[in-house]
Design a protein around this ligand. Structure first.
Ligand code: TXA
Ligand code: MG
Length: 318
């Protein structure tokens, strides 16, 4: 592995692209100070140029190079959750490139804990800008194989790091101003953040267009998806005509429902297990030619917020 890490470091230094595993999802990394390298990310992903990138660092001690100010609340969150699946939006340092921030005055920063990401970032000794390593609008990859499917030759090296432990993108928290706002829910929950800060977060998540993950159609599989309660799901399965088959059903608690042309996939009944498997399951189902993917709804409580957010977005328009 060290051999590949060294090669990856060289590629980053020469302005190339490296896909790296993190504990959330795989990222498509480039030297965050090299504008030519950064442009390649947008081409590879076919991502609009005004969408900002997250800068990944090995250690919180490097933060000063990227941000102009760390509020006491931001510091508390960094202390509590880094390295880990949390991205902080902070006021940017003057030298941070517009292509990283999408021209905004803030920058997203994260210290991932995956050992391969850690080794790469330590060896590179600089910031690595990395969005999720998928084409724009598609499901984030949680294995090296999925990165290959998404980006193929557009990336110079894919570092193998196994299945991502968390499986969903990081929680994004805006601590650039006075308050604290969750811009994208993740497996670090609002309750955990409130616990660390000792405050209650404002209700309701603002729709900030600059966070591409907050666009309704984001994270979508190709196959149309619908999210339904158990009763509605059972009724729907009973009413399907032969032209509407085959369908896949992602069940959590529901029993029964099997019939010809209906394939049930049992998902975990805990949020962590469900999150871990979600993208991999959708990716697999997407390749099997189902007319639709029906999904048993998940609880509306805090632990499930990130999973439900991704399910709602994936089923937009379905
Ligand atoms: O778990 C993750 O966060 C993964 C891994 C690779 O770290 N990365 C990821 O990156 O999900 P991406 O680019 O797919 O999503 C990051 C989101 C984008 O929607 C982007 O708009 C938002 O973070 N973002 C980045 N910088 C921002 C900023 N300064 N202000 C507001 N949103 C920002
Ligand atoms: Mg993404």
């Amino acid at each position: 592995m060290q051999f590949f890490i060294n090669e990856a470091i060289q590629i980053l230094k020469q302005g190339g692209l490296v896909a790296m595993p993190t504990e959330t999802v795989y990222g498509l990394g480039a030297d965050a100070k090299n504008p030519v390298a950064l442009e390649k990310i947008f081409h590879a992903k076919q991502r609009p140029m005004d969408h900002p990138l997250i800068v990944h660092l090995a250690d919180v001690s490097q933060l000063g190079e990227w941000v102009s100010h760390v509020s006491p609340m931001a510091q508390k969150l960094a202390d509590a959750f880094w390295p880990g699946p949390l991205t902080l939006i902070l006021p940017k340092a003057v030298q941070v490139l517009d292509i990283v921030t999408g021209g905004q005055k803030t920058v997203g920063v994260r210290v991932p804990r995956h050992p391969v990401a850690q080794a790469l970032l330590r060896g590179f000794d600089g910031g690595v800008a990395a969005p999720s390593a998928n084409r724009f609008g598609r499901i984030s990859p949680t294995t090296a194989e999925a990165v290959r499917e998404e980006l193929g030759d557009a990336v110079d090296l894919i570092l193998e790091g196994g299945e991502c432990e968390v499986g969903l993108e990081s929680t994004i928290v805006d601590v650039s101003g006075e308050g604290v706002r969750i811009l994208r829910p993740g497996m670090i929950t609002a309750e955990q953040i409130e616990g660390v800060l000792g405050i209650r977060l404002q209700e309701g998540m603002e729709k900030v267009p600059r966070v591409s993950g907050s666009m309704e159609s984001h994270y979508a599989p190709v196959t149309r998806m619908r999210l339904m309660g158990v009763e509605e799901l059972m009724a729907c399965l009973g009413a399907l005509s032969s032209e509407e088959l085959p369908v896949a059903v992602m069940v959590r608690t529901m029993q029964g429902g099997e019939r010809d042309g209906v394939v049930c996939v049992k998902m975990a009944d805990d949020a962590g297990g469900y999150a871990h498997d979600l993208y991999q399951t959708l990716r697999g189902l997407d390749q099997r030619g189902f007319k639709k993917i029906l999904v048993e709804d998940v609880p509306r409580d805090g632990e499930w917020a990130a999973v439900r957010d991704r399910l709602v977005k994936a089923s937009f328009g379905g």
